[in-house]
Design a protein around this ligand. Structure first.
Ligand code: 5GP
Ligand code: ZN
Length: 119
């Protein structure tokens, strides 16, 4: 399923729920987390509804490669200082024991000066 009408992040991607957008292309979307843990904290997601990292298929390797290559660029654009003094943290919570609350694959990209609120 490419769009799940009951999925919060599908609604955000479709613009049905407002968000502070960071990036958009034909396959990927990024927006600020509503409860940031760090001075920079945005979520980077595939537009297609994929429930979690556990649902990835071999055919998704290119998509996820693009996502991971994009993350550092967006982190810098959003104010993270460059590596190695700056940098960022990428987290992909997966499943109940992985702490996943929204079941549309997303990576958290967090950075900025410490201390952070969490993490
Ligand atoms: P998870 O625990 O699934 O990895 O993280 C889900 C994240 O989505 C949380 O950090 C939470 O703050 C964020 N979030 C939940 N609802 C919304 C929303 O309506 N808008 C935005 N921008 N972020 C949300
Ligand atoms: Zn979704």
């Amino acid at each position: 399923m490419s769009h799940d009408p009951n999925c919060l992040f599908c609604k955000i991607i479709a613009g049905q729920i407002p968000s502070r957008q960071v990036y958009e292309d034909d396959e990927l979307f990024a927006f600020h987390d509503i409860h940031p843990w760090a001075p920079v904290h945005f979520l980077l997601v595939p537009k297609r509804h994929i429930a979690s990292m556990a649902h990835l298929a071999d055919a998704d390797a290119g998509l996820m490669g693009r996502l991971m290559v994009l993350a550092p660029r967006l982190a810098i654009e959003q104010g993270c200082k460059p590596y190695p003094e700056g940098g960022f943290r990428i987290v992909a919570n997966t499943g109940a024991e992985g702490g996943q609350e929204v079941h549309h694959l997303h990576v958290h990209v967090m950075g900025g000066p410490r201390p952070w609120a969490r993490g």
